[in-house]
Design a protein around this ligand. Structure first.
Ligand code: PMP
Length: 287
């Protein structure tokens, strides 16, 4: 069955939603995006995603085309119209479609932004089998640009990273710069030693994960120790546990890095506990 999607103020069947070939999202990756998880028909961490969207747009000199309330209404309407129980809402805002290709930004007065939202249905994501077995990652060099804190649609290198992982029989790749892990292709990276959770500090080097912020808050509330600093692949391979976080995977254990088993090679107790707390609290706070 075809989805109903949102394009510039209209709700349309996906086949009828068309964007210009001159759209700067298409020609220049001049666009930002967000993905908000849907659990039991409700939106998780909505405020965090809107705040980050606002920041990404600001960093690129783009305006926020809809208010927070309007965005919430579109998210909710799409979840309802597409009968999404579990999954996510994808949102993308581009600098619009000028009349020709040009490196210079178009005048926002004459070139309105393109706003697209669509849903992705993933029944039962909270009970994903991968969370019970854990995932395997490889390490690759981080070849992305240096403003990874802006959530742009320049996803070619992360996409190549996933393909490299797949070719190596693994699930994902952790990117490494100057000997230290930055993050996963579409998630933040963590290691655990005893009761201590270690993850890279916020900077332009990584995306400021909305799930990361929530998980670190819950970890501190649960009396776990949190250390925000960079770590190497060797340190990760020697850690008790490793895991990733993102809006679509929540907390996902990592059981192997570059062929080396982490701890016992099975999901550890800290990652499992954080996943449970995160899912419980997110469901409670979902709107
Ligand atoms: N890092 C990168 C590079 C990502 O693409 C994502 C997910 N979009 C994340 C981290 C996790 O962010 P969030 O928890 O907000 O989904």
């Amino acid at each position: 069955m075809s989805r109903i999607v949102y394009l510039n103020g209209d709700y349309l069947p996906e086949e009828e939603a068309k964007v210009s070939i001159f759209d700067r999202g298409f020609l220049m990756a001049d666009a930002v995006y967000e993905v908000t998880a849907v659990l039991d028909r409700k939106l998780t961490d909505f405020e965090g995603h809107v705040a980050r969207l606002d920041r990404s747009l600001n960093e690129l000199g783009m305006a926020m085309p809809l208010t927070r309330d309007e965005l919430l209404e579109v998210h909710r309407e799409l979840v309802k119209r597409n009968d999404v129980v579990d999954g996510g809402v994808y949102l993308q805002i581009t600098r619009g479609a000028p009349s020709d290709r040009d490196f210079v930004f178009p005048d926002p007065e004459t070139t309105p932004q393109t706003v697209v939202l669509f849903t992705q249905s993933k029944p039962g994501i909270a009970n994903s089998p991968a969370a019970k077995t854990g995932i395997k990652v490889i390490s690759i060099e981080d070849l992305r640009w240096h403003r990874r804190d802006i959530k742009t649609v320049q996803l070619l290198y992360p996409s190549m990273g996933k393909m490299m992982a797949k070719a190596a029989g693994c699930d994902d790749a952790w990117m490494v710069e100057d000997g230290k892990v930055t993050e996963g292709t579409s998630n933040n990276a963590y290691i655990v030693n005893g009761n201590k959770i270690i993850t890279r500090e916020l900077s332009h080097d990584i995306l400021h994960g909305i799930t990361r912020a929530a998980v670190l808050r819950y970890a501190r509330e649960a009396q776990m120790e949190v250390e925000e600093r960079a770590f190497s692949i060797a340190e990760a391979q020697a850690a008790d546990e490793a895991f990733i976080t993102s809006a679509s995977t929540f907390v996902m254990p990592v059981v192997e890095i570059d062929g080396a088993k982490i701890g016992t090679g099975t999901p550890g107790p800290v990652a499992a506990r954080l996943r449970e707390i995160y899912l419980d609290e997110s469901m409670k706070a979902a709107i």
